[in-house]
Design a protein around this ligand. Structure first.
Ligand SMILES: [Fe+2]
Length: 413
């Protein structure tokens, strides 16, 4: 087996758009690094039917890659979309280790088929890491902020919806939109080099502001599971896109604010639900069981800033969540969201219900807004009082906000 790329080429991935790299075969999309654990990594790829795809990985780009691992096809073509989605899981990896990997299609690789990632440490290990938060990305809009995001060298990427604007539950339409955006060079370079976890919002779930009444939502969910490599989706008893994962001493709960959501226009009374009762109980049990220092709840919907399509008009659900954090004395809860085509960080004015300042990080419009912004969050759990630093980065490279919270500030006294 031949050496597939050099260290110099790998460095290029992190700094520059991928246009100088040799192109992947026509019709492919990905690779995308999805779920990464201390010992494994899931790689997603899309190729023509019949293409023979293999994957290689190594902790050292200067060495020959290790034994190839075959992809497993996970679906047949949908509508006019011709091609096969495939996934492979790299196993027996080492915690907190940087890896290079590559995909070969019919025996050939290319620069745009090669990427990298870093595994997290074992859960509960004190650790410093950087995550980036994004939402709202549209084909045809300026895509340069993805290069700024890569320059931050984040360990992981959370995207909380409007990952495309198909605005329908029709699977063929959704597939077309997913694939078109995955081939945007700037975005493609992000997803092949930064482990990416995704939650949908209305525009990738169904029509604008859609909810549990959306016809065809089962098809949307099936397609969503095929296009992302999240660790799971829903539970055996409760369908949905929600899931959780850990990175060091931070637990992430990605909640699905669409599949079980009461309509926005329903009366704001005790019957109105944002997550549905089963998902809320899943979240609460997860928060109560978590031993992590920080517990991030992430969703497309903002707590307050979206006046017509967020938790602001779901008072019962909002208060039930806030009150549960206080009653159960759950420390270090942080909320992250998107949707509003602007980015900011603030403390919710109803924090007295929570028992400490409830910080909300909103990141929206990295490729669909006036300021093309995103958020970078540094978690540091190595000290006696762990910290969370939030920066809001604009498309013009300016940092509009830079704030740090100590864990003791967002804990019950
Ligand atoms: Fe959006």
């Amino acid at each position: 087996m031949k050496l597939l790329f050099s260290m110099g080429c790998a460095a290029l991935f992190l700094i520059l758009p991928c246009s100088p790299l040799p192109a992947a075969p026509e019709g492919t999309a990905g690779p995308l690094v999805g779920t990464v654990t201390p010992t494994s990594a899931s790689i997603w790829f899309f190729a023509s039917p019949g293409a023979k795809c293999e994957i290689f990985a190594s902790p050292d780009a200067a060495k020959v890659f290790n034994t190839p691992l075959k992809f497993t096809p996970i679906n047949k073509p949908v509508g006019k979309v011709v091609g096969i989605l495939q996934t492979a899981t790299l196993t027996d990896l080492n915690p907190d280790t940087f890896y290079h990997y590559g995909v070969k299609v019919d025996g050939e690789t290319a620069g745009t088929l090669q990427g990298s990632f870093r595994t997290p440490p074992q859960p509960g290990t004190p650790h410093k890491f950087r995550m980036v938060l994004t939402s709202c990305m549209k084909f045809g809009q300026p895509q340069g902020s993805w290069n700024l995001l890569r320059a931050e060298k984040p360990h992981l990427h959370l995207t909380v919806g409007d990952t495309h604007y198909a605005d329908t539950t029709d699977p063929a339409e959704q597939w077309g939109h997913h694939l078109r955006y995955r081939r945007v060079p700037e975005f493609a370079a992000v997803i092949r080099n930064i482990p990416t976890y995704a939650m949908w919002d209305d525009h990738d779930y169904g029509p604008n502001d859609s909810d549990k009444t959306a016809r065809g939502k089962e098809q949307s969910l099936a397609g969503w599971k095929q296009f992302w490599s999240n660790p799971s989706a829903g539970t055996a008893a409760t369908p949905g896109a929600f899931f959780k994962f850990s990175w060091g001493e931070v637990d992430f709960f990605l909640v699905d604010g669409r599949y079980h959501r009461s309509p926005d226009k329903a009366p704001d009374d005790a019957k109105k639900r944002m997550l549905g009762d089963a998902q809320f109980n899943w979240l609460l049990e997860g928060l109560k069981a978590s031993r992590a220092k920080f517990k991030v709840i992430a969703s497309g919907s903002t707590l307050d800033h979206s006046k017509g399509d967020g938790w602001r008009i779901y008072t019962f659900s909002r208060h039930r969540l806030f009150d549960a954090v206080k009653t159960n004395r759950i420390n270090g809860v942080v909320y992250m969201s998107g949707d509003i085509h602007n980015s900011l960080v603030w403390q919710h004015p109803e924090s007295t219900r929570v028992g400490y300042p409830l910080v909300e990080v909103i990141s929206s419009g990295i490729a669909n807004s006036g300021n093309l912004s995103f958020a970078a969050v540094d978690f540091d759990t190595t000290g006696n009082d762990p910290s969370m630093r939030v920066r809001i980065i604009m498309g013009n490279r300016k940092v509009s906000t830079d704030r740090t919270w100590k864990l003791s500030e967002i804990s019950h006294k």
